[in-house]
Ligand binder design. Sequence first.
Ligand code: NAD
Length: 549
Amino acid sequence: MTTTELPVAKRGAALLNDAELNKGTAFTQAERDALGLRGLLPPRVMTQDEQLARILPGVRSRPTPLDQYSYLVSLNDRNVTLFYRLVMDHLEELMPVLYTPTVGQACEEFGRIFRRSRGLFISAEDRGRVREVLAHWPSDDVRMIVVTDGERILGLGDLGANGMGIPIGKLTLYTACAGVPPHQCLPIAIDVGTDNAELRESDAYMGLRQPRLRGAEYDALLTEFVEAVQERFPLACIQFEDFGNHNAFALLETWRDKVCTFNDDIQGTAAVTLAGLLSASRLVGVPLRDMRLLFLGAGEAGIGIGDLVVEALVEDGMSVEEARRHCWFVDSKGLVESSRNDLASHKRRFAHDHAPTRSLLEAVETLKPHALIGVSGTPGTFTTPVLEAMARNHPRPVVMALSNPTSKAECTAREAYTATDGHAVFASGSPFAPVTHKRRTHVPGQGNNAYIFPGVGLGVLVAQSTRVTEEMFAAAARVLADMVTADDLAMGRIYPALSRIREVSRAIAVEVARIAFDRGLARAPRPVDIAAAVSDTMYEPVYRPYVGA
Ligand code: NAD
């Protein structure tokens, strides 16, 4: 892919204005002559490395992360190849700019920083015309769609049409982390209104100025959307992102066995957490099948993790009922147990027989969990007494404070290490710096979904899978856990370094594609070498010469 020549589809200014074809100052003299570019560019021909050396200080000199974000967006609008070269070469530095936490601010300020539309907006006013809207997208070969209705953007709540920043950011990570070709990605915002009255009335808001559509009308629009995607982009995978809790579960249940779709908040989070638990089990010397897990929070993330842990234990030969009994939940009303009659359907399967228990501390003291997993979005809930109780129960308690952003984490890394006298195996959702406790340095793991979803998407794309299954997520988790080295574990780190993310994504994609082929879900012919097919598909941000130039 990287060495073939590009056909000449455009010339002159039109070529420079096409961000996917543009090379800017890297057009050679021969190309400038052949493509009518002479005079339209500064005279010096630059290599891509020279362009990077010019651009990188420009990014770094921007005064705020949001300014850096805007700078990068405009680079992507001008020169996709150079944008991805920059992002891939500096992923650890730029991931927090292109995704959390800066993308949250970018969504909040969407109206102010908006320059040029990207992706598709489908609004409540498009009911009955969604096919027409999808037809306007210029490419037929869309393989990865990330869609949000903006109701629950990160930890920020309802941002309506401003949520578009999330699908854009997530798809950037598909390409940067796994090499999903950018021209096959499509971000979509479904604008059904917003219940955020302040946002709705603000001058800069560009979405529909109406309360959210709910009930049958909402369901009809979403059904029309999914069905229209099947017709227009039959090979596309739809990733639902940042929907409100109720709709997220309902959409997944409705579509997971009918089309190629998944929900990263539920299933991607589950896989990255399962991977962390598998590595932690190596570190503490207790197999997952012997662990008791206690979750604080029984929402999309918590239930998703519980379901995938059950899937993994069942794959290891346990019954579903027994596997579920390894997972316990505390929600805002206390322990999820069988005498409660206020439980939403997704919680009921984890309601075991137990005395009513109001507090997390009491639950930790009676259940003695090996691992405590925070997915509540409520900071400070892993108090010192809770963490001390974890350390009394087990020599190496596992503590995962996954709520994002950092300010929402159930406890900080330092609090976890201090309260457990350095014995905790700690991971978080947002990054924490290493902590030195009693002269030992601990490196917290970051359970970043970006370890999982790009590789899963790439595997699905290579196989042209008709479904995304729980087995694929469980396999992705095992692949990720297997890539944690003895050196990582020695530092207390239960995830591989983020710098290895392309390698991780490639390995996950191979496994996901293999499952699709083995289970008869693939529409692509089975390649002789799946790993080679995955590598060949991965986008590389290199300039290709133009035919004849
Ligand atoms: P959600 O709204 O679906 O669920 C939140 C749950 O927490 C609900 O069950 C709620 O009742 C419960 N809860 C809230 N306050 C509580 C309290 N004080 N005590 C007990 N339970 C409480 O949200 P979600 O999508 O499940 O996300 C939850 C958190 O997980 C968010 O902060 C999100 O940032 C984080 N998350 C992290 C990752 C990651 O690290 N990879 C991925 C996804 C979500």
